[in-house]
Write a protein that binds this ligand. Structure first.
Ligand code: SAH
Length: 368
């Protein structure tokens, strides 16, 4: 059943308390760090408000135990909107002829880092479409320059699928982390979200390469992507329990009007929050962002994500004149000075008892 057809209303006979079956599964997930796919399906099928509140409170306690009230901030630099891939959900897909394309020069990328550093950022996340202009050599050179200029900062790449040799070269040049969401762990679902030539198999091969090379590695997926079922989400969680990545990016699917999924409904914020809590319970030390998409889907979504167990926020360091050209989905925020946005997030998290810290925010330890 597509997720948007699943009622979010509490199930009446458990409204008074947590469903004992759900509680048992949440406790077991927390104790064992995994669940069979069928148990995840049961948990995800129709969680009541109380089930979600139970998972949230347990997950927030785990995050508190691991990280205290500290939230890590990342400076996102969207350095190219050119993309050779054609992901059906994404606003900068190759077939979107209306998308304006830009690329930042290496000097402009370094200038974004300089501004971020001044504002207290100690992780730079370089993200882009799959842009052939940025060859292995060009990316390596950029990583080397950032590494030399900011020895106390972490460098994260989010630039899609590359060869094993290229990944190795980026790592050797000083990149620390790599984000590559798996998007969905079901190959048929993967095929419905992408075009011919894009396979789950190659995505997962990249993820295992990245992890083997030694990157702090991030996988993840959208909640409520078209055709997604509870079974797919259960497989996503099982996959995460097996990969045991250092980072997990999860946000609601949001439609972009110039894509084939432009008229599809957005993913559920409540379900996204519930899944964030389950991931925190399953991988206690994981670096888990409250994503931009979560903040776009609901006012206060980012703060709710932190309260559900997330411990990272990513803010946009890209030059403001280019931000309107990196629209993965509709209503993505494009205005605002970095200084003001940073301050606003710091203050809104302080209101709920969290401190944005000046720190690389590495993964606490290698996960088994
Ligand atoms: N080219 C890079 C970066 C992709 S953009 C790569 O392949 O990894 C980062 C993430 O944004 C994607 O992995 C996807 O999960 C998410 N995203 C893309 N379009 C979206 C949409 N319409 N709604 C919500 N998230 C989206």
């Amino acid at each position: 059943m597509p997720l948007h057809l699943i009622s979010e209303a509490p199930v009446p006979d458990v409204a008074a308390g947590v469903n004992p079956g759900s509680k048992q599964l949440i406790d077991r997930l927390s104790a064992d760090g995994r669940l069979p796919v069928g148990d995840f399906e049961t948990l995800l099928s129709s969680p009541s408000d109380e089930d979600r509140a139970y998972a949230r409170d347990r997950a927030a306690a785990v995050a508190q135990r691991q990280f205290g009230n500290r939230v890590f901030v990342r400076g996102l630099i969207e350095f190219s909107s050119h993309c050779r891939k054609d992901c059906l959900y994404c606003g900068i897909r190759r077939s979107n002829r209306d998308a304006e394309r830009y690329r930042l020069s290496p000097d402009e990328i370094l200038a974004c880092c300089a501004e971020g550093y001044r504002l207290g950022y100690r992780t730079f996340v370089l993200q882009s479409g799959e842009d052939g202009w940025f060859t292995t050599e060009v990316v390596t050179d950029i990583v080397r320059r950032i590494r030399a200029a900011y020895p106390d900062c972490a460098i994260t790449l989010s630039i899609g699928e590359r060869s094993t040799a290229a990944y190795q070269q980026f790592f050797d040049a000083g990149a620390d982390r790599f984000l590559l969401r798996h998007e969905t762990a079901d190959s048929e679902h993967y095929a419905r979200l992408h075009t011919a030539g894009q396979t789950l198999e190659s995505r997962l091969a990249c993820l295992s390469d990245l992890k083997r090379i030694g990157f702090q590695t991030g996988a993840g997926f959208m909640v409520g992507s078209p055709f997604q079922t509870v079974h797919h989400l259960a497989k996503d969680l099982v996959y995460l329990s097996e990969l045991r990545p250092h980072m997990v990016g999860i946000g609601p699917f949001l439609p972009h009007h110039r894509t084939p999924f432009g008229d599809q409904p957005a993913g559920s914020v409540d379900l996204t929050l519930f899944i964030l809590s389950l991931v925190r319970l399953m991988l206690p030390t994981v670096l888990l962002p409250a994503t931009t998409a979560l903040g776009v889907a609901r006012t206060g979504g980012r703060e709710a994500g932190i309260q559900a167990g997330a411990n990272v926020v990513m803010l946009n360091l890209s030059p403001s004149e280019q931000r309107p050209k990196y629209l993965l989905y509709d209503n993505k925020p494009v205005s605002g000075e970095v200084f003001e946005m940073t301050d606003a997030v710091r203050r809104s998290l302080a209101r709920i008892g969290y401190d944005v810290v000046v720190d690389r925010g590495d993964h606490p330890k290698e996960i088994r």
